[in-house]
Design a protein around this ligand. Structure first.
Ligand SMILES: *[C@@H]1O[C@H](CO)[C@@H](O)[C@H](O)[C@H]1NC(C)=O
Ligand SMILES: *[C@@H]1O[C@H](CO)[C@@H](O)[C@H](O)[C@H]1NC(C)=O
Ligand SMILES: *[C@@H]1O[C@H](CO)[C@@H](O)[C@H](O)[C@H]1NC(C)=O
Ligand SMILES: *[C@@H]1O[C@H](CO)[C@@H](O)[C@H](O)[C@H]1NC(C)=O
Length: 489
């Protein structure tokens, strides 16, 4: 039931074709907060918006080219509300220097009415190590660059940007010069936060004219005490077996330490003594955690050399779909690579598990279709997945296939996957994604029918195989007999 509601929701989301006409507003305040991280950076922008005409319902958000390029995920809601507001990208106007999104409020605003909008985004590859090289026991510092002004097609009474690091060890930050919108200090630092602004009475800023005349870049250089893990590629195969009542998921992962590259040679002795004293440098990635689904079993982890035994799994118990809908339970796997990953190093490994099919699949007797939910990715907190391929292998003979990804893929294809004991092969759906973050932890729903004859196909194939073996063995016996007789002669 819950599944079906979600499907309906997705459909309505994609079918949404609203009348997008802009209205006129004024920003009474804009506050942007940048939470500096490693591979991903969370940026939250709060807009206090006042309507300048009656029945105003469509507000325009602008992202600079720079920001747009780095943004992997974005969502808008009204402050204090759970519901995500529909967001429509508008093609970049060549005359403007900004990417435009239209947002529709849940109900139109009256003249002079105010509302608070929260734009939540995750940026990836927005930081880079500086210095670019570091020794094995050195600290790790990163740089983050951003545009000084939040762009908007409306006038803004006051705006500020807060850049917050995890620790107060901020090594340096840009002091912008020649700011027209303030008479005070253009930037202040307090503890782990650098604040740009407040800047007052900023005109409409999403035009190329404003950008060339006023926009500035600022850089914050900060210490970051956690390794910079990146998943360069994630190849997921999810295989559904009604026969075995099993969902097998296997991930082939290429992990990359995106921290400063190692200067000089790696010394295992030095590494061991620093881990012994619990002072491993953040430039060395020697363990990480993954969030896996609840209820998994037969977990395996191997790399190019063989099985790796140094991992720990805290498995959350199985939650059948019929009871939970969308549960937030997950198992936690603490993984140690075969060798510590120094800056610039890669590690390729394969991780797989089985789960009861009933945890992810339900049957809708009204439509006669199965609904299966496969998670897009394995979440590794604060890591970025550059390229992901998710392949969902349906049972043999599945028909009437429809799919509902949580967000559109770069591309998707349907192919046929042939495996052991298959007669006609299995339909397989493949989705390609780029720059996934932990916010992309969604579920791809696939619906399909399995005709009764297809359910029988596998037992039949097995039976045919057995009969074949039987016939063959009879043949062998005959041959044996003949050989025997020949030898006897
Ligand atoms: C809106 O506010 C302006 C200025 O504060 C005021 O002059 C105007 O009468 C207000 N309009 C309405 C409909 O409240
Ligand atoms: C790896 O482990 C799996 C099960 O845990 C086992 O079946 C397989 O034989 C092992 N492979 C090697 C090379 O040890
Ligand atoms: C790690 O992989 C990247 C490409 O994914 C490659 O450019 C780099 O050279 C690799 N690093 C090492 C140390 O092999
Ligand atoms: C789909 O996109 C990926 C990269 O995102 C690319 O490597 C692949 O060739 C594309 N496939 C098709 C069929 O376009």
């Amino acid at each position: 039931m819950i599944l079906r509601c979600q499907l309906a929701f997705f459909v309505s989301l994609f079918a949404a074709n609203l009348a997008w006409a802009g209205h006129s507003f004024e920003n009474t305040a804009i506050v942007r907060t940048v939470e500096l991280g490693g591979a991903s950076v969370h940026v939250t922008t709060a807009f206090a918006v006042k309507a300048l005409e009656p029945k105003s319902s469509v507000y325009t958000i602008a992202l600079s080219k720079n920001e747009h390029q780095k943004t992997s995920w974005l969502e808008v809601r009204q402050k204090g509300q759970q519901a995500v507001l529909p967001l429509q990208p508008v093609l970049l106007d060549a005359a403007n220097d900004a990417y435009i999104y239209k947002v529709e409020f849940s109900k139109p605003l009256a003249m002079n009415e105010s509302v608070n909008l929260i734009l939540d985004t995750v940026q990836t590859h927005a930081t880079f190590p500086w210095p670019e090289q570091a020794g094995q026991t050195d600290d790790q510092a990163l740089k983050y660059e951003t545009d000084l002004y939040v762009l908007s097609p409306y006038k803004t009474a006051v705006q500020r940007t807060k850049v917050r690091a995890l620790s107060p060890r901020i090594l340096s930050y840009t002091t912008p010069e020649g700011i027209e919108f303030t008479t005070e200090n253009p930037v202040t630092k307090s503890g782990a936060t650098v604040t740009y602004g407040p800047y007052h009475n900023i005109p409409e800023s999403s035009s190329a004219e404003f950008v060339t005349k006023h926009q500035k870049h600022v850089t914050v250089h900060y210490n970051h005490d956690f390794p910079l893990a990146e998943i360069t590629t994630l190849k997921r195969a999810a295989e559904i077996s009604h026969w075995g009542a099993n969902l097998n998921i296997q991930d082939e992962i290429v992990l990359h330490n995106a921290g400063p590259t190692l200067k000089g040679h790696f010394s295992r002795l030095q590494f061991q003594s620093s881990t012994f004293y619990n002072r491993a440098s953040p430039t060395v990635l020697n363990w990480f955690t993954l969030h896996l689904p609840a209820g998994i079993k037969n977990v395996y982890y191997y790399d190019q050399i063989g099985n790796v035994s140094t991992s720990r799994l805290r498995a959350a118990p199985s939650v059948p779909k019929s009871l939970s809908g969308n549960s937030n339970q997950y198992s936690i796997m603490e993984v140690r690579p075969r060798y510590p990953l120094l800056g610039g190093w890669n590690y390729t490994f394969t991780l797989g598990w089985d789960a009861p099919l009933s945890d992810s699949t339900s049957f809708d007797s009204k439509t006669g279709k199965y609904i299966v939910g496969v998670p897009v990715m394995t979440v590794m907190p604060d890591a970025v997945v550059d390229d992901a391929e998710v392949k969902i292998i349906l049972p043999e003979g599945a028909t009437d296939i429809e799919f509902f990804p949580p967000f559109p893929a770069k591309n998707n294809t349907i192919s046929t996957h042939i495996s052991y004991l298959d007669t006609v092969g299995r339909p397989a759906l493949t989705f390609h994604y780029e720059h996934l973050t932990d916010k992309h932890n969604g579920i791809i729903y696939v619906t399909y029918k399995v005709p009764f004859s297809a359910h029988l196909r596998k037992p039949l194939a097995v039976a045919t195989g057995l009969i074949g073996l039987f016939v063959l063995s009879m043949g062998w016996r005959r041959v044996d007999v003949r050989l025997d007789t020949k030898q006897k002669l």
